[in-house]
Ligand binder design. Structure first.
Ligand SMILES: [Mn+2]
Length: 478
């Protein structure tokens, strides 16, 4: 059977076909979900003794599919993409270029193919119940079964959970639906532990004051973004948060993972109380505590032990086009590749804070209903959206209107990123529509989600874009 019975038949058919292939090209998407998808599929193919190569693509368009077709593999396994490009892929299939096998969770294009593993084909939600890594995990389990080991490959559930968390599939912090079945198999195999813990990013690696200061999940006045406040809060608690015996240890703070359960309890309940005292609504303050996924085979206090920190590390490699580094870490490299990945993450954080400083320094421009800034070539187009989202909370930027950011993509194109807030979405804001319609009106294209969306437009059309976006937002919020 497997963790998601509704998809078992499809997974088995794909697995059987793979074991018959002469040579497989595994093509995957470059992000945390795509990297874990590739690591899971590659490990499973390796264990099943199926020869294969791995390639990564930022996006799968006609040109990229043609280049895949030009490689001399008889079979192509697409993970975390492929369904949406099935119309193009099936033409290559009909021409005899390759046999496609797809393990994906995105909306399929209007075409059919025989070996297609996608939750949406069985009425399972592809945004919250199964990720690309989850689909690859089902395939890996079926591959093990096809080669005589029905319980095999369950250790890969840990990577599947990292992929799902990285793809933002956790609903209110928790994995549900088909993802649950994977969590359970991982727990049975002894590689995963689900627990309830402080839901802040950095529990494994950050010194306590930094953990509290930088946490943006729930903003606590006097603690969040407030170094003195965070230190003061900790010093007011009846626990010694410094390392060692307390004498020769000035300055060295412990991390969350270094605390005993009692100490954790003290911090968590005091933090909750502080949040409520400072006016954080109870429904929001509750989110300080949530479900966490621990990779029990990884060393305590490393980025890789917590699924959320692991996925952030992978995204940092992907954003800087170092999929090779992210894949190597997923496959178990704890030496050079792991060091390199940590440096990329450090560098990513520095770029974000420098980007935010730049926005603060230069300020944002105001239209009637939106605000915007043009970062030119000073902020990378791959991170300008994150910077825009961070800017919505800082002094001098209006937190009550959507923000739009421009960054140079190349000589001819500008990347546009838009960010809103939950409150604005509640009032009718849908940035996906704004980005799609405004970009098309100036000869570009875009899309995304109601709260965060993006577009690419021809360089020089920025002003017309702002005008178009401004009037669509006016309608939505009017
Ligand atoms: Mn995905």
């Amino acid at each position: 059977m497997g963790p998601v019975p509704d998809l078992t038949d499809r997974a088995q058919a794909c697995a059987r076909r793979l074991t018959e292939a002469d040579s497989v090209l595994l093509a995957s998407h470059i992000d945390a979900d795509g990297l874990t998808s590739a690591a899971i599929a590659s490990t499973a193919l390796e264990r099943a003794a199926v020869p294969h190569d791995v390639v990564f693509k930022k996006q799968l368009d006609e040109t990229e599919i043609a280049s895949i077709a030009a490689s001399d593999h008889d079979t192509v396994l697409f993970t975390d993409f492929g369904s949406g490009q099935l119309d193009v892929i099936s033409k290559h299939e009909a021409a005899g270029d390759f046999e496609p096998i797809i393990a994906d969770h995105h909306q399929p294009a209007d075409a059919e193919t025989e070996f297609h593993l996608n939750p949406l084909l069985e009425g399972i939600n592809g945004a919250s119940e199964l990720s690309g890594a989850g689909a690859s995990y089902l395939l890996a389990r079926a591959l093990a079964a096809a080669t005589g080991d029905p319980d095999g490959n369950r250790d890969l559930a840990a990577l599947a959970v990292v992929g799902a968390v990285g793809d933002m599939q956790a609903v209110d912090g928790e994995l549900v639906g088909a993802n649950r079945g994977i969590v359970e198999e991982g727990a049975e195999a002894g590689v995963l532990e689900e627990g309830t813990d402080l839901a802040l990013y950095g529990k494994q690696t950050r010194p306590l004051p930094k953990l509290l200061e930088y946490a943006s999940e729930v903003r606590i006045p006097g603690v969040t973004n407030d170094e003195t406040g965070a230190v003061g809060f900790l010093e007011g608690l009846p626990v010694d948060f410094h390392r060692g015996d307390g004498e020769a240890t000035d300055g060295e703070w412990r991390r969350w993972v270094d605390l005993s359960d009692d100490e954790k309890q003290t911090v968590a309940s005091s933090l909750l109380q502080r949040a409520l005292e400072r006016g954080v609504p109870p429904g929001k303050a509750e989110r300080l505590v949530g479900t966490t996924y621990t990779l029990t085979d990884e060393a305590t206090g490393t980025t890789l032990r917590d699924a959320s920190e692991f996925s952030t590390l992978l995204n940092a490699t992907a954003r800087y086009e170092r999929a090779d580094v992210g894949l190597a870490v997923c496959l178990g490299d704890r030496g050079d590749a792991f060091d390199r990945a940590r440096k990329l993450l450090e560098n990513h954080r520095r770029n974000l804070s420098e980007g935010l400083e730049q926005v603060k320094r230069r300020g944002v421009d105001q239209a009637e209903h939106i605000q915007y800034f043009d970062a030119g070539d000073e902020i990378r187009e791959t991170i300008v959206g994150i910077v825009a989202g961070m800017a919505l909370g800082v002094e001098g930027v209006d937190g009550s209107r959507p923000i739009i950011a421009f960054a140079e993509k190349n000589d001819e194109e500008t990347k546009v990123s838009a960010r809103g807030t939950g409150r604005l979405v509640g009032k009718g804001l849908d940035l996906s529509t704004v980005m799609t319609e405004a970009s098309r009106s100036v000869g570009g294209d875009g899309g995304g989600h109601d709260i965060a969306a993006g577009a690419t437009i021809p360089t020089g059309e920025e002003e017309s874009f702002v005008e178009a976006a401004d009037s669509i937002v006016a309608e939505q919020l009017g």
